[in-house]
Design a protein around this ligand. Structure first.
Ligand SMILES: [Zn+2]
Ligand SMILES: [Zn+2]
Length: 366
């Protein structure tokens, strides 16, 4: 019997434990087994680790992976885009599976599918096939998973460096809508903020500013085309930040403001940054980081529209992979991968994201 190792979260806030699992003996029709080459650590992993979503433990974290197909179940011949799949192919996947038949799937809202399951989040690791998260040597993909074969020209670092942040941003910006010439202000310079910056510019924004920190992350924002950055460390007073941002946007506020921080008070800070009639997108709150006082008067007086966006659909992953290839020169997502850890150091990978010391940390099982 072949076995492999995985980093398992057995209790919230406690160190991940390296556990030995059996590899599935039989791969069911439509399923696949992937040898993980690289798994990204997402901000959501940090929130999950802190217990900010009610998930069942134990769980193998990691919902962003690139790996090689080592076993393919009967009938699984094509990837989501219709490309042929074979053992040895380098693949990634959308992080979630939807049922296709529930109330929300039938109303074209598969991200809110009642049976939705996300790898690295909602598959407990104490029942077969066990291996449903990325911080492991192998990951098992259920039938119906949106698998994507990666072309040779697309580096693993590009895919993991953009991670679920890119597809999250594509989905969110599709919802909020960006018109040609819009000014866009992004709150947060982590992976979601950087991805939102790239997608906003590609969607036609004429100017994008970023409020965030630390300096290392803001440097990357400028590299990705941010016209203006506001460093939280340099300007700790939100009122002063608002003055700077408002002046930047011509005295009116930005056409679109995108929250990518995961910090509740950022939403209160963000509404006044919109121009009257502007749009506000809450993108950074996949986990429940708690409540914050908000003034609804602003929505009325400014005629604001506030959008939410949850996760992503396979079509966003498909679009994201094509975007990564086409826009590689302008948006060097591979440079987001800043800190690499082997499986036994998965805890340190989490800590590096928690402390914002990494642009993005990754786990490389071997
Ligand atoms: Zn994520
Ligand atoms: Zn459904």
């Amino acid at each position: 019997l072949r076995r492999c190792r995985a980093a398992v979260m057995t209790a919230f806030g406690s160190p991940l434990e390296i556990v030995d699992f059996p590899l599935p003996e039989v791969i069911q029709p439509g399923a696949a087994l992937v040898k993980v080459e690289m798994a990204g650590v997402c901000g959501t992993d940090v929130h999950l680790w802190k217990g900010q979503l009610p998930i069942q433990l134990p769980v193998i974290l990691g919902h962003e992976t690139v790996g090689r197909l080592v076993s393919v179940g009967e009938g699984l011949q094509l990837d989501w885009d219709g490309q042929p799949l074979a053992v040895g192919d380098r693949v990634t996947r959308n992080s979630s599976r939807s049922c296709g038949v529930c109330h929300y799937c039938r109303r074209r809202l598969p991200t809110r599918c009642l049976e939705r399951k996300a790898y690295g989040i909602s598959y407990p690791a104490d029942a077969p096939p066990y291996l449903s998260g990325g911080f492991a040597e192998y990951i098992h993909l259920q039938p119906g998973t949106a698998i994507f074969r990666l072309p040779d020209g697309l580096e693993t670092e590009q895919v993991i460096g953009s991670g679920c942040a890119l597809v999250t941003a594509i989905h969110g910006i599709e919802r909020v809508g960006i018109d040609w010439g819009d000014s866009v202000l992004i709150q947060g310079a982590g992976p979601v903020g950087i991805a939102a910056l790239a997608v906003a510019l590609s969607a036609g924004a004429s100017r994008v500013g970023v409020i965030g920190g630390p300096a290392r992350r803001l440097e990357m924002a400028r590299r990705f085309g941010a016209e203006m950055t506001i460093d939280l460390d340099a300007i700790p007073d939100p009122a002063v930040r608002r003055d700077v941002a408002t002046e930047w946007s011509g005295g009116y506020g930005a056409d679109v403001v995108i929250e990518c921080t995961g910090s509740p008070p950022a939403v209160a800070e963000g509404w006044p940054l919109c121009r009257d009639g502007g749009r506000y997108l809450v993108l950074g709150h996949y986990a429940d980081a708690g409540e914050t006082p908000l003034n609804p008067h602003l929505i009325t007086r400014k005629e604001l529209t506030v959008y939410g966006s949850w996760g992503s659909e396979p079509r966003h992953t498909s679009a994201g992979l094509k975007f990564l290839r086409r826009a590689a020169a302008q948006f060097p997502f591979q440079e987001m991968v800043s800190d690499r850890f082997d499986l036994s150091r998965a805890n340190e990978a989490l800590r590096a994201m928690e402390s914002w010391s990494a642009r993005k940390s990754v786990v490389i099982p071997e």
